[in-house]
Ligand binder design. Sequence first.
Ligand code: IPE
Ligand code: IPE
Ligand code: MG
Length: 232
Amino acid sequence: MNLCVPNHMAIIMDGNGRWGKRRGLTRSQGHYAGAQAMEKIIDASIELGIKILTLYAFSSENWSRPKDEVNYLMDLPVKFFKKKLPGFMKRNIKINITGNIAELPEHTKKVLIESVDKTKNNRGIIVNFAFNYGGRDDILQAVQKVIHEVQNKHIDLCNVDEQLLEHYLYTKQLPDPELIIRTGGEKRISNFLLWQCSNSELYFSDIYFPDFNGELLKQVIYDTQRKHSIAE
Ligand code: IPE
Ligand code: IPE
Ligand code: MG
């Protein structure tokens, strides 16, 4: 069967901490395992022909976690990109970051900006990391920028419509995701892509993210597609 894959798929990568705990490991070891799973999912997405993959890696609410865990999550992109970037270049992967990167610690910000810059001419899959991302923050900062433009008379208030506001969102150059998957068993959106999810299909999986893999991803896409063809 030919799978009709989404153009833009987003994943709320949840369940790392519980995965670690269940194995008698630390939550941070769960995050490390989650980062390994991420690479498998990127490869499976390339194989499936997905054009844009958004991965929710750190939410604006995640700052309230214990300091050690936050520090680990801020260091993880440094380890991750240092190791994976040469492979990403070979696979023609373009890295994009969605979120408030200005507020990140210097070392985290630096590696994210460098990864975007080094891969900017790649024309394969776009892997969009939602890092320090919050849907409400996204909408709020877009509204603030629009107000600023209106006050400076660069935009006329009567021209402010959905299309214009979208241009100021963190995801401005990306289409909305057709499919959002959340692993880890919780049925919540957790402040992810609130504006952009208005027509997205939502799929909730009980699998902890470190156990998520290409086969399971294919199954999700097959299931969502089958549901559509039954409904038609
Ligand atoms: C998701 O896994 C990853 C991040 C939020 C960074 P969690 O850390 O939320 O794992 P659980 O949900 O506690 O198992
Ligand atoms: C959502 O997971 C955020 C990420 C996967 C980065 P959380 O574990 O932080 O969400 P809640 O706390 O269950 O809503
Ligand atoms: Mg969680």
